[in-house]
Design a protein around this ligand. Sequence first.
Ligand code: UD1
Ligand code: CA
Length: 453
Amino acid sequence: MINIVILAAGQGKRMHSNLPKVLHSVAGKALAQHVIDTARGLSPERLVVVYGHGGDMVRDTLAAPDLHWAEQAQQLGTGHAVAQALAQLAPVEQTLVLYGDVPLTTAATLARLIEAGKGGLSILTMALPDPTGYGRIVRDAAGNVQCIVEEKDASPEQKAIREVNTGIMAIPTARLGTWLDQLNNDNAQGEYYLTDIVALAVAEGMPVRTAKPAHDWEVLGVNSKVQLAALERQYQLNLATRLMLEGVRLLDPARIDIRGTLKHGRDVSIDVGCVFEGEVELGDGVEIGPYCVLKDVKVAAGVRIAPFCHFDSANIGPDCELGPYARLRPGVELAARVRIGNFVEVKKSRIDEGSKVNHLAYIGDAEIGQRVNVGAGTITCNYDGANKFKTVIEDEAFIGSDTQLVAPVRVGRGATLGAGTTLTKDAPPDTLTVSRAKQVTLTGWNRPTKIKK
Ligand code: UD1
Ligand code: CA
């Protein structure tokens, strides 16, 4: 069993932001939340987050029943940070230390580190062509780890070492307290370095082993918006690669953003510039054109979505054709083969099989039957300024262009509304209802002419 301590007290000065660093997001999720989620995957006995800068905001944002919190009021170093969590640790064999600003470490890599650390201490390390800024892993002639020396305290020979400390370690819990007590801040930065426990472990004859991350990006941290953007791209590329390996056609894997989960069937195709948020499900054969934003949407098989659509919380039935420029707002249910065209906004409405709303319309709080045709410019006047009312349009009705349906109102089965109708009373089935004034032509009328000054 293990404890996990996540260090998240740093301010992140170089982010130039009022938001604490660990709350900046990758893929729409806070950096520290990524770390917490990965940590949970390892089923720790205790999961402790060390927080400091932006304390309340960090706690409120990340709050969850399984998290324990340790405040580090002043950031006196990584060793001091871990010491704040000590009282909350369970007496289990190992304690894994993670950084709240290193979001992409995989559970598989951490599992290997934990394995390597059994019966001793283990450090996640890697070799870098340019190790500047990192703590160096100092080994003896036999290759055994002796200590970690920070860049600012390193001799020129030590600076030449390319193997660096990623900061992630698995430490024997039983020794941790004793070692932390022995730390001092007598170093170039005046900090209590967690890394100094390595030399203490070696002095006790405890085995110190290393493990390597499977990919370099797993141990990249965020100190600036530049690094944040780089990690965002890496995360998105990882997801895009997985989708393609699962059979999704991405026209350009560098131009897709998934901020949540994307489930898919077979032969799904996604053009460039699409953003998926929350939980999105795409059925077999779904085709999505360029620059669409889909949030919490379920799309059944065979649906085609033309460019520039924006859907939020909608349930789309099979073989619908949507867009370009269609907008579905929360609470939309579309049955099979519905057509929603350009500049059509639909909100909290159900549209049944085979109905069409093809151009420039607003459909809100409506229930539309099967094979209904809603003409261009139709508006459901669902709101009187105080309350919302429902519009019902029964099967096979034909709504002429530029019609206003003043809710609550019902259009009967097979009814036709003439173009330009302002419907304030129910329209009976199978009849034509019109509300326009009679067309007149005034013969004696002259066009106004410009008045000369
Ligand atoms: C640390 C390591 C270094 C390693 C590098 C990897 C030490 C002494 N050095 O250096 O060997 O190569 O990480 O990036 O451990 N934090 C707190 N409280 C503190 C100090 C830090 O919570 O008092 C948190 C930070 O928010 C951050 C993490 O610990 O998430 C690492 O701190 P940082 O200052 O970035 O460590 P480095 O000096 O880069
Ligand atoms: Ca750092």
